[in-house]
Design a protein around this ligand. Sequence first.
Ligand code: WTA
Length: 660
Amino acid sequence: MSDQTGSIESHHLPKGATAETYAPSPEFREQANVTDPSVYWKAAQDPEGYWAEQAQNLQWTKPFSEVLDWTNPPFAKWFQDGELNVASNCLDRHVAAGNGDRVALHFEGEPGDTRTLTYAELTHEVKRAANMLTSLGVAEGDRVAIYMPMIPETVIAMLAVARLGAAHSVVFGGFSAESLRARIDDAEARLVITADGGWRKGRVSALKPTVDDALALNGGGSTVSRVLVVERAGNDVAFDEDRDLWWHREITAFDGEHEAQGFPAENPLFILYTSGTTGKPKGILHTSGGYLTQVSTTHRDVFDLKPDTDVYWCTADIGWITGHSYVVYGPLANGATQVIYEGTPETPDWGRWWSIIQKYGVTIFYTAPTAIRACMKVGRQVPEQYDLSSIRVLGSVGEPINPEAWRWYREVIGAGTAPIVDTWWQTETGAIMISPLPGLTPLKPGSAQVPQPGISVTVVGEDGAPVENGQGGLLVVQRPWPSMVRTIWGDDQRFIDTYWAKFGDRYFAGDGARLDEDGDVWLLGRVDDVMNVSGHRLSTAEIESALVEHHAVAESAVVGADDETTGQAVVAFVILKSQQSILSLDDAEPELKKHVAAQIGAIARPRQIFIVSELPKTRSGKIMRRLLKDAAEGREVGDTTTLADTSVMQTISDRVRSER
Ligand code: WTA
C-alpha cells in the first residue's frame, strides 16, 4: 500500500517476544483506570468474587446472594436471585446522580442533520416510549423485532423494550425480507419497530417496504400484530391502517412518567441472530444482570473510559452485537457521552469520519479492521486534513487486525501514541473476552493478547489437551462468564451441540488460535464453515442454500477467500441445471449475485461466481471446499488424491485463473 508508515519506533524485547511491542506511555499509565497488574491473578484466584464486585457497580432493586449457578452446565445462571432494571441502570440512575445534563448521544445524520440528547432527555424519551409500548400490549417476556437505521429512536426503542422486561431482536437493516421474516418467526415477535427509511451513501434506503414484504411472506399470517414506524427519511410508504402506526403520532399521547420495575437477573434482554455452520441462523439469547455487568466492566477498563470527559464513538451498526454491547448497553450503563452516526464513512467523501471526530472531539474510537484498510487505500492525506488530536484510545474488533493496518491506525489516526485495543469476542460471548488493557499491556500488533480479568481461555488440540505455546489449535473458554450466551433461542440441543459437545464444560469458540511464548493470544480465523466478510459473520451453508433455491441452479459450493479490504469475500462455485434455459452463461453471474442479495441481504452478495460443470468431491460425495478456497485465493491447489475425479480441480483452477 502506498502510505505504509515508516516512522514508528518499535523495539524488540530481548527474550520471549514474538513481535514488536509498544509499551503504554508513562502519561497514559499514570491516568489509566487499571494500573495494577495484580488484577489478573486476583481475579484468577476468585473469578466469581471478581465478577460479584463488578456487579456492585450496577443498581440492583433486589441484591443477589448467589453469584454463579453452574450446576446444570452448559446452562449458566449469574446473580440469579438478584433483580434489576437494565434500562434504568443506563438512564435514571445517571440522572439521579446529578448527571442528567451530560450528553448521552451526539447524533449525526448522514445528510448532516444533528441531534443531541442528554441523559435527562434520553431518559424522558425512553419513559414515553415505554408507556407507548405498554399501550400496545408489550410486557415482560414478549419479543419485539427492531429493524431500523442508526438513529436515536433505535436506542430509545431498545431501552424501552428492556425497561418493560421484554426482549428485543434487532435485525440489521441490510437484511432482506426473507431474513427478517425468518427472525420474526423464530422469535415469535408481536411487534415490529421500523422506520420509513434511513440515509446511506447519499440516498434513502427504504426499510418499511421490506417489513411489509416480510410480513406478506408465507401467506401473510404472522405473530406480528403491530408495526410501529419512525419517520426518518420521508420516503413514501404504504400504510396498513389496521396494523401500522406512526411513532411520532402515537408518542404524543404519552408523558415521561414511568417507574422502572426490577426484573430477575436472568430475564431475557435480547435475541440476536448470527450465522452458524448450518443454513439456519442461531438466535443467541442474552440475559440481563450478567450481561450488563460484563459489558460495562469491559467498556470502562478496556477503553479506559472517563465518563465525565471522554467522547466515545463506536462505528458499529446497532444491528450487530458490537452495537448492542458497545453502543447501547456498555457506554450507557457507564454514563458515557458518545457519538452515533447514521451513514457510511465515504459520504459525502472519505473525510466524513475524521470530520466527525474533529467536530465532537472524539477521544475513544472503536472500529473494524476492514474499515481501517479501506481508509488506508484511500490514503493518509484524507485524515491528515483533520484535527484528530483529541483521540487517546483506539479499538479494533471483528477480525484479526493485520500489523500493517495496526501501524497505520496508530500512526495516522492515533498520532503515533494512542494505544490500540484489539478486542476479541463474539455475539455469543456478549462482551469483550480477550484484549489488552491500555494502561498495562505492552501492545503487539496483530494479537488480541490477554484474556480479561475473570476470563480464562486456552488453546487445545482436537483431543481437548492444551497445545504447546507456538502451536496452532482451537480456542476454548474454560469457565462460564457473566455475559455468555444462555442458549440458542428455542433450541437447547443445538446450543449444546454447537459449543459444548466438543470439550465438555468448556466453551468451543469456533476460532483457531495460538499462544506465543509470552502466553499472548493470536487469533487465526474460524475453523468452521463461517466466513468473516467485513467483520460480519456469514455461513457458507446459508449462501449455498440461497443459491440452490434459484431455479437454474443444480448445486453450489461457497468459500470465504482472502480479500485485501474485506478480510474475506464470498466466492461461489455453481453448477447450473442442464435442462435450464433461463440463464445464459453471461447472465448467470450477475443474476445469481442479485439473487443471493435478495435472499439474505447485500452483505452476502458473492464477490465472484464461477459457473462450473463439476465440483470437487471425495469418493463419499463430500465437497472439498478447502481445494476451492485454494483456487479462489490463487494458490496452488492442495492434495487432490482423495477426490473421486482428480481432473475436476484442474478444470476449476484453470477457470479461476483465466478470470484473475
Ligand atoms: C472474529 C463480533 C480476531 C472471530 C464481536 C469471532 C476476531 C467472530 C476479533 C465473531 C479479533 C472478532 N481478532 N478475530 N479482535 N473479533 N473476531 O459474532 O472469528 O460478529 O469468532 O462478533 O469474529 O463475530 P461476531
